[in-house]
Design a protein around this ligand. Structure first.
Ligand SMILES: Nc1ncnc2c1ncn2[C@@H]1O[C@H](COP(=O)(O)OP(=O)(O)OP(=O)(O)O)[C@@H](O)[C@H]1O
Length: 234
């Protein structure tokens, strides 16, 4: 379980997050939605220790701030699919999958063959030859072969055509059925369908939360987060 309490984060003198409190229960998919510049990526960066922050971030009861940023994800079994996919263009698909990990094992190769058959045929190709959607698959695959306890996805649909996004999300469902996930997404309906609980963020503040099955509440919070945040903040 991930428990974030009273998180404040800064870039230099500029505060980007204000008293953010958010919980992701084990096995749950929690979506964080909000408009451009709301603070979604900053929250992900705070979990990874990449921005200056105060407050507590606990994973399975352990305080993350005591673990240096470069060890956090490995020590706590977190995999991150970053905004922009984090591909190294000069490397092959396989080299990108192995980055900061190890050589692909026979088990990894079986997994790729089963879950990402299109990629398994292109392992030796430069990743830059792949389309945006295919590169997003590499980013997902790279996260999954590490068998994480906790997955963080930062805007997996960004820059992709809707039909490709369908593909990415169905891959996500198939290859990652039961894991604990924080999903950052601007596309509210996609986020709703893929999650159990949603948190709405605007201008660095959590405006509220809704069960993803409660469409009326999701719609109300969406209006607040994307159009008129003062309505909720009060
Ligand atoms: N490196 C940085 N230096 C200074 N300010 C930054 C930096 N990165 C982000 N910010 C600011 O922090 C705020 C939150 O940005 P953040 O990237 O977290 O938003 P976001 O919700 O992820 O937006 P988007 O959906 O557009 O990626 C914004 O006002 C942004 O301008």
């Amino acid at each position: 379980m991930l428990a974030i309490n009273d998180l404040n984060a800064w870039y230099g003198q500029t505060q980007a997050l204000f008293d953010v409190t958010l919980t992701v229960e084990t096995g749950q998919t929690v979506a964080l939605v909000g408009t451009n510049g709301a603070g979604k990526t900053t929250l992900v960066r705070s979990i990874l220790g990449l921005v200056r922050s105060t407050g507590t971030i606990q994973f399975d009861g352990a305080e993350l701030s005591t673990v240096p940023p470069h060890r956090r994800s490995r020590k706590h079994g977190m995999s991150v699919v970053p905004e922009g996919r984090g591909m190294l263009n000069s490397l092959t698909v396989q080299e990108n999958l192995e980055l900061g990990y190890r050589r692909l094992s026979a088990q990894d190769r079986d997994f790729i063959e089963r879950s990402f058959p299109r990629l398994s045929r292109r392992l030796a190709e430069k990743v830059s030859n792949l389309s945006g959607g295919e590169q997003q698959m590499v980013a997902l695959c790279r996260a999954f072969i590490r068998r994480p306890k906790f997955l963080i996805l930062d805007e997996p649909s960004l820059g992709l055509a809707p039909i490709v996004v369908d593909d990415v999300y169905s891959q996500l469902r198939e290859a990652w059925s039961s894991g604990t996930t924080l999903l950052v997404e601007q596309d509210v309906e996609r986020a709703r369908q893929a999650s159990d609980v949603m948190f709405f963020i605007a201008a660095g503040h959590i405006l509220g939360t809704a069960r993803s099955s409660d469409k009326a509440e999701v719609d109300r919070m969406t209006r607040a987060a994307f159009m008129d945040s003062s309505a909720v903040r009060g």
